[in-house]
Ligand binder design. Structure first.
Ligand code: ZN
Length: 399
């Protein structure tokens, strides 16, 4: 029988190198779900598929001309293709933007306050922001020929298929050269497609009262997604194949939409799932980074369980406790009062900035020894949670 290390390498090679970027709805995403489903079936697991429809982005290229200067730019995901010429109109504040009159021959340059953080897509189901709604509303009303956002943020400022205005994000050293009145020419390619996909799940026992053990298998359109999140998927597949989780009342859920603008897989799962028998959740996202140990954060856990988790971390080398964070699938359960444990890299937030969602998230960033440690320690952690949560110990559970 293949060893744990061989299994991890196999699944990582398929997901990261053979398939690569796998946004929900795309053919590559279908190859990824086919691989996961076939692997679980070959390990004797009965797999449930939960379908959804969505839209996906086929990345293109772009260039921006300012006078005689010409720079290569990346279209923002879901940007319509365009060849636009127009006068630059530079805006830095929301109140200022809302006072502008519509001019379809302008190229809006969004800077300062307007490009400080990525704008939540209209279809994102789990968070909203009144300021972001106002910004999207103002842009829809102004209907510029195109938008150039000026930002050094690691994520594009706009990533929204429901904002049908061509757009790009440029770094501040490029954006500093763009002034109101400049003649700009922006050329962008790329396409939005309709697509369909599935979440995959399998139950390890017949118990209805169960822990959800989950990881997302999708990626952004621009990354092969090694540490985010093939590493976690490979670890769960290897554990299932080696029967190391047998006997635990678990449902393995491979979510398909954590990195997607509409949370398609998560939304479909929440609509189809009775949460009442789910006693807890463990989500794994962003593990296995070279030079990083593992971290555990507890959300919606009763204080005695938090103390026991701290003791578990103290007794296991290579682990630290992290502050609760909400940027992944454990949050959709914790927000509903289900005790949830989030596992990621020890200092993932420091690394997210340069690595997550970029083409650099390749197998080279991973340390298989960290994934082997996770696979070795996880059954014990799940056993502890099963013991403590099996009777339905919950904190302020919303019903
Ligand atoms: Zn992730």
């Amino acid at each position: 029988m293949a060893s744990l290390g061989e299994r991890l390498r196999h699944h990582l090679a398929v997901l990261v190198e053979d398939i690569g970027a796998r946004p929900p709805g795309s053919p590559a995403n279908r190859r990824a779900t086919d691989h996961v489903q076939a692997s679980l079936a070959a390990a004797g697991r009965s797999v449930t598929t939960l379908p959804f429809t969505t839209r996906w982005w086929e990345p293109g290229t772009g260039c921006l001309e300012v006078g005689q200067a010409r720079v290569a730019v990346a279209p923002n995901p879901y940007s319509p293709p365009v060849q636009a010429r127009g006068r630059a109109r530079r805006v830095g504040r929301l109140a200022e933007l809302e006072e502008l009159a519509p001019r379809t021959d302008t190229i809006l340059v969004l800077a300062d306050e307007l490009a400080r953080e990525p704008v939540l897509p209209a279809a994102f189901p789990f968070l909203s922001s009144p300021d972001h709604e106002r910004l999207r509303g103002a842009l829809q009303r102004l209907r510029p020929a195109a938008i150039v956002a000026v930002s050094d943020h690691w994520e594009p400022i706009l990533e929204d298929p429901d904002l049908a205005i061509p757009s790009t994000t440029v770094p501040t050293h490029v954006g500093a050269t763009l002034a109101t009145g400049d003649d700009l020419c922006l050329v962008l390619s790329g396409r939005v497609h309709a697509g369909a996909g599935v979440n995959l799940s399998t139950r390890l026992t017949d118990d209805d009262r169960r822990l959800v053990l989950c990881a997302h298998l999708d990626t952004k359109a621009t990354t092969p997604g090694a540490f985010d999140n093939a590493a976690a998927v490979a670890t769960l597949l290897a554990l299932a194949e080696l029967d190391h989780l047998d006997g635990l009342p678990l449902e393995l859920v491979l979510f398909n939409g954590e990195d997607h603008f509409d949370g398609c897989g998560e939304t479909a799962w929440l609509a189809a799932t009775d949460l009442a028998p789910i006693v807890g959740a463990v989500n794994i996202d962003g593990v296995g980074l070279r030079g990083q140990g593992l971290s555990l954060a507890a959300l919606a856990c009763p204080p005695p369980l938090q103390d026991e988790l701290q003791a578990w971390v103290d007794a296991h080398s290579g682990w630290v406790t992290a502050e609760p964070w909400i940027d992944s699938d454990h949050a959709i359960l914790a927000m509903r009062g289900i005790p949830a444990v989030a596992i990621t890299s020890a200092d993932v937030h420091a690394l997210l900035a340069g690595l997550a969602h970029t083409p650099d998230d390749t197998l080279a960033v991973l340390d298989l020894a960290v994934l082997e440690r996770l696979a070795t320690d996880l059954p014990g952690l799940l056993g502890l949670l099963t013991d403590r949560l099996g009777n339905g110990q919950r904190s302020n559970r919303a019903r």
